[in-house]
Design a protein around this ligand. Structure first.
Ligand code: 1GP
Length: 250
């Protein structure tokens, strides 16, 4: 049941070692900005575009952003929903995710039950993902009612990740929270990577080449950045992160 977007990601990781994915928050962009970000990110070496993560956005704007991004670039567009309202028929795939350290059953299974029929109706490719909030956790931690895993407890993050894998999730995401002051520490990435066999995604607060290099060297397979594309230097910022990831191979 592995679909074409998932296969694409796995092949890219297989060939390149670690890859970069750009997150666009629909709430923070106009349509021309979304198009420009997607274009520049793609030409700087990003492998896919994730759309989502905002707290409040109209579904119409979400649809428009995705259509715009798809017109601009030919790389996969993957939904990264924070709720059922984050599902759009225009994307290629959706991270079908459960927030593994939420105390609210809604974010563990409730939203998924409400969203699954829509995913089917819209023929979106679901990619099962275990989402784990770590460190300060930011808005995602508050909205998702998570108990964030402290940075000095990497073994706890590893246990969450392994439980997610055993439940059938095919990707694990360590999320420090968008704009986090401190990104996921390499020790935590290493500890999780030692436990799991599925690809590991890391995001939140990654702004510089050295952070991307540290994350990739510690075992991250996908590095997600969002905030850095929300200014005018998209191309140079994404290039810097991609260079960091690629320098891990040399
Ligand atoms: C947030 O992990 C992503 O969900 C990306 O974080 O916006 O800090 O890059 P940044």
């Amino acid at each position: 049941m592995v679909g074409h977007v998932e296969r694409y990601l796995l092949e890219k990781i297989g060939c390149e070692g670690a890859i970069h994915v750009t997150l666009i928050d629909p709430e923070k962009v106009t349509l021309p900005q979304a198009s420009r970000i997607a274009n520049k990110a793609k030409s700087s070496g990003t492998s896919a575009i994730m759309v989502g993560g905002s707290t409040f956005v109209s579904t119409r704007h979400l649809d428009d952003v995705i259509r715009t991004v798809k017109r601009a670039v030919k790389i996969p567009v993957i939904l990264f929903p924070n709720n059922v309202t984050g599902i759009s028929r225009h994307a290629d795939a959706i991270w079908f995710m459960s927030l593994l350290n939420s105390v609210d059953p809604y974010f563990l299974m409730g939203a998924q039950v409400l969203g699954a029929p829509l995913v089917k109706k819209y023929r979106l490719e679901p990619i099962p993902l275990g989402y784990i909030i770590v460190g300060d956790g930011g808005t995602a931690g508050v909205v998702g009612k998570a108990i964030p895993v402290p940075y000095n407890k990497p073994e706890l993050a590893a246990a969450h990740a392994l439980a997610g894998q055993y439940l059938g999730m095919r990707f694990i995401y360590l999320e420090a929270g968008s704009g986090a002051k401190k990104s996921v520490p390499p020790e935590m990435i290493r500890a999780v990577k030692r436990y799991i066999d599925v690809p590991l995604i890391v995001g939140g607060g990654i702004r510089y080449r050295r952070q991307a290099l540290a994350a990739a060297s510690a075992g991250a397979d996908i590095i997600v950045t969002g905030n850095i594309v929300e200014n005018t230097e998209v191309k140079s910022k994404v290039s810097e992160i991609v260079k960091g990831i690629r320098s891990c191979r040399t």
